[in-house]
Design a protein around this ligand. Structure first.
Ligand code: NAD
Length: 333
């Protein structure tokens, strides 16, 4: 029987993958631990490993799993910045991902962050529970008629733009590959500098790579409108976090919503409620009243997790059985 070892496995991963594995019949083994060069030794015999956003599949890990006979690295996510693709190529290991499971799940979470920050729902919820029915301090703004800057107009950026267009917003976008979609003629491509200068709300939907690392740095923040809202549901390192903290302190940034954080691998997906957090940057961020942090949950809908399980198992089956993936977009190498 073909065996797949899962890393960073949460109870919901076990539930969904076990449920959909019935029709595939793989042997599944789940490890809660994150994969890195320290933990890779737990792999005994496996045809494939299945990893998530914070597993570190660097050259050392790839070398190790190649020796153990692993033939496939299956990402159960869209982003793949955490896998050394050159090393995988060198050792003839296939790498596949789930390019689009539910772009709407992530887009809708970005919208939820915008409305929460704008209308201060997080504060209102707590206030009413304490029988404080006053509105002082809860004043928001109309999203209607505002300019939304979308950085990266792939699957998620497009889904997000459509929702915001429905709110009656003007959409300006920056992408290295402009897509003249006639159904989205209302979306206007501009330069990054123009986008930063024009947008009332900026939402990041590009992948993390060498060009996009710290795309939001001190210089970019200086170009933004005073009091801008910045939303990042993509990858933490798109943002230079200390620069954003400075921007929040001077009120250049009026609101920040992040579902991802550069150092999230030591924090997210765990209950640390009894621990002392030694990361002063996340603590500073969480202390601002106009900052909303969620722990990489934008993908986390029933529909998305179902698609992730089915597509990941299909990817592995096609690669194992035919060594030829039908859904080419899923194959990274
Ligand atoms: P996609 O590949 O469909 O789209 C990415 C877009 O970014 C493409 O249009 C690409 O041309 C553009 N791009 C690439 N380099 C760029 C650059 N330097 N500047 C501007 N644009 C650039 O990907 P997607 O499915 O829309 O996902 C986008 C990102 O969202 C993923 O890479 C992943 O990091 C993140 N994501 C987060 C979650 C979550 O739960 N928070 C879930 C899924 C995906």
């Amino acid at each position: 029987m073909m065996k797949i070892i899962f890393f960073s496995a949460q109870p919901y991963d076990k539930e969904f993958f076990n449920q959909y594995n019935d029709s595939f019949g793989f042997e599944l083994e789940f490890f809660e631990t994150q994969l890195d060069s320290q933990t890779v030794g737990v792999i005994t015999n496996a045809d494939a490993i299945c990893v998530f956003v914070n597993d570190k599949v660097d050259a050392a890990v790839v070398r190790h799993i190649a020796k153990k006979g692993v033939r496939i690295i299956a990402l159960r996510c869209a982003g793949f910045n955490n896998v050394d693709l050159d090393a995988a190529r060198e050792y003839n290991i296939h790498v596949c991902r789930v390019p689009a499971y539910s772009p709407e799940a992530v887009a809708e979470h970005a919208v939820a962050m915008i409305l929460t920050l704008d209308r201060k729902i997080h504060k209102a919820y707590n206030r009413v529970r304490e029988q404080n029915f006053s509105l002082n301090g809860l004043l928001g703004f109309d999203v209607h008629n505002k300019t939304i800057g979308v950085i990266g107009t792939g699957n998620i950026g497009k889904a997000f733009s459509k929702i915001m267009h429905g709110f009656g917003c003007r959409i300006v976008a920056f992408d290295v590959a402009t897509d003249k979609n006639p159904e989205m003629s209302w979306l206007k491509y501009v330069t990054l500098t123009e986008l930063l200068a024009q947008a009332d709300i900026i939402s990041l939907h590009c992948p993390l790579n060498e060009q996009t690392k710290h795309i939001i740095n001190a210089e970019a923040i200086d170009l933004m409108k005073k009091g801008v809202m910045l939303i990042n549901t993509s990858r933490g390192a798109l943002i230079d976090t200390p620069a954003v903290i400075e921007g929040l302190k001077t009120a250049q940034i009026g609101y920040l919503g992040i579902d991802v954080y550069e150092q999230e691998e030591t924090l997210f997906f765990r209950d640390l409620s009894e621990d002392i957090i030694t990361d002063d940057i996340i603590q500073r961020l969480m202390s601002f009243p106009n900052v909303l942090v969620t722990a990489h949950q934008a993908f986390f809908t029933r529909e998305a997790v179902t698609q992730i399980a089915i597509i990941t198992l299909q990817n592995i089956q096609e690669l194992l059985l035919k060594d030829n993936l039908l859904n080419k977009a899923a194959l990274l190498c």
